[in-house]
Design a protein around this ligand. Structure first.
Ligand code: SF4
Length: 198
């Protein structure tokens, strides 16, 4: 079992609610039990796919996800949903979460507009320090996503690091650090002892 005690304490000190699960299946059951009869937005997240959360939630909520529906319509509807689900590209053990975005819907949605945001994070996203977390987001998560999207960018050739490209197909257009829950918006971090997402 991964020792989440340090990051759990640091997240709680920053004002996040935190839950730890051994498996993605257990985490999905927990989230599915919490969210009922509301509108739900989901950001681009392989983690949400990995744990099968969309299928569970859509049976008893109104869910907007651009990976499953008309992308533009779903992205806009998700911005005004009661709750929003996303992962993070990296989580520092000191409690900061990093996300990189191309369209901007995901990072925007973590900053404003919902009653609550859930961050669903597998153990592979953990980094020792804030600097390591930024490094991971830029040099691990982003190139992997570019490869997944078959982008014509230098990082997809070797998949080894970010080349800070100026390609028209660059997917890294903005990067956020969440230091704590935004004012007026609750935030819960779901830590999972499995490798999930990119
Ligand atoms: S900035 Fe360009 S090279 Fe770097 S990860 Fe993003 S798409 Fe790849």
């Amino acid at each position: 079992m991964t020792d989440f005690s340090k990051v759990e304490k640091n997240l709680k000190d920053r004002g996040f609610e935190v839950k730890v699960f051994s498996t993605g299946a257990e985490a999905a059951e927990y989230i599915d039990g919490l969210i009922d009869g509301v509108t739900v937005g989901i950001g681009g997240s392989s983690t949400v796919t990995d744990i099968g959360l969309f299928e569970k939630l859509e049976s008893h909520n109104t869910v907007f996800w651009h990976w499953k529906q008309d992308a533009d319509t779903a992205r806009k509807a998700a911005m005004n949903a009661d709750v929003y689900l996303t992962s993070a590209n990296a989580l520092a053990e000191t409690g900061e979460m990093i996300n990189i975005d191309g369209v901007g819907n995901r990072i925007s949605a973590t900053l404003f507009g919902h009653k609550k945001v859930y961050y669903i994070i597998g153990k592979n996203k953990l980094a020792a320090t804030y600097e390591d977390a930024v490094w991971r987001a830029r040099n691990v998560a982003a190139p992997q996503r570019a490869i997944q999207l078959k982008r014509n960018t230098p990082c997809t050739v070797k998949g080894d690091k970010c080349y800070d490209c100026k390609s028209p197909e660059r997917i890294c257009r903005g990067m956020t650090t969440i230091f704590g829950p935004m004012m007026g918006m609750a935030a819960e971090v779901i830590l999972i002892d499995e490798e999930l997402g990119l």
